[in-house]
Design a protein around this ligand. Sequence first.
Ligand code: NOJ
Length: 547
Amino acid sequence: MSWQDRWEWWQRGVIYQIYPRSFQDSNGDGCGDLRGIIKRLDYLAWLGVEAVWISPFYPSPMKDFGYDISDYKDVHPLFGKMADFDELLAEAHRRNLKVILDLVPNHTSDQHPWFLESASSTSNPKRNWYIWSDPAPDGGPPNNWISEFAGSAWEWHEGTQQYYYHAFLKEQPDLNWRHPEVRAAFYQTMRFWLDKGVDGFRVDVMWHMIKDEHLRNNPHNPDYDPERDSPYHEVIPVYSADQPEVHNVVREMRLVVDEYKNRLLIGEIYLPIEKLVTYYGNEESEAHLPFNFQLIGAPWDADHIRSVVDTYEASLRQHDWPNWVLGNHDKPRLASRIGREQAGVAAMLLLTLRGTPTLYYGDEIGMVDGNIPQEQVKDPRELNCPGRGLGRDPARTPMQWDNGPSAHFTEGVPWLPVNSDYREHNVGDQQRDEHSLLMLYHRLIELRRRESALAVGTYEPLESSANLLAYLRHDHKASFLVVLNLTNEPQSFKPRSRPGTGQVVISTHRESELQEVKDRIDLRPNEGIVVRLASPPERPASSAEGP
Ligand code: NOJ
């Protein structure tokens, strides 16, 4: 049995997130679609990723660009038909690519038949499928909970004279996950897709799914700064999210997923590490991968990153499998956050840490935040809170495939403007350039696929100077030393305890490759290297025997 067979695909492989509106258009309407994704599967297979996670493509009024779903078991005509999805799944599987769907259980669209029924009268059998409440004594909202998209999270419903709760837009009413029928209906939805053969789900806002039974007020946040913070942070969401009972729901979801072989459950969870790790479950399993966004929020310097990695590693129990995310459709682009010069170092970090990496489309070519003129803003968060840098359109601009018109994303008018830098930064040109960021991603992923030490081996931090990150990855077959220069100055690495001699197998600067490495390593500005050690480190390596 090979080491690849001893580990789960979602432990050893890389996940690639596709935002379908922006990946590839196939019919000239300016929006990406499922047939467009099919067209690009060969690219993804070449890149070497194991799985694609596709953000929602279900029928939706598109108030939140697909995260407001009006039918969980169909495809929005903008993206194609169910037959296109079936073909996409078959074509992906033919190339050994797994397909992960976005599951949005916390809320539906207000146009979903469930909500229309629920809102039709207080005695409707689906009334309690959503969270309805009488006004406070003063006639206002039942409590002080705030929507993630600003304003009260309660919307008055004239027809039935009650408020309903929405953690996001008012067009996204929250389902009541305390109701057994909601759970049953949703588990059926999961089985519908699992029966088709999808390989797993990324569960939207998993920690939001259950709210306090008594709808108690959230405490005021003393650190809230209205100039700096999103209005959502005016209160601390003690009662509106991360409730103890949510773990029952996640356990049940996991049981549904486990009715099938080799399927994956990911949770989108923005919580501090000590809370995040509770979503792995205890005696009973919960999410395989509670998404770890710590690197997105951390300042880009060696001290902060070292501390994030060490704290996270120390919080995991033996069977908790780590994961790392550097970007997604809700956050500013990686290359804009840390600067393009550091993009190669970030790629190396993501692909050499212990744990499953998730890569956001376009980050592999160093796409930066797009410049979206005010009149072209689409994102409801920017429209609701303009000018605070909260808008998500900049990170959702069309994929830059080559230097032709509209970067060959579409033959029509793109739904968001293509970044003006696409002639310098695109897949086609970077595939032809051995020194490009894309080739670095491709080669790092290839190395990781070959080397069990990098994919699933032990992680051991090494002491280094303040501006460097250095660590070992090893197993019984091989040892690798990774050294990352997080500055744009030259730096030297001199290990306290000698990790051994070796050869640079991959560098962000190809000129350094094949160099022999001894006691002292000199790194160029913004350079990262992976060194294959000839002699294993002093401490014995653990083996890649599987979990
Ligand atoms: C998290 C998603 O990633 C985001 O895009 C969406 O707006 C909210 N959940 C609401 O579904």
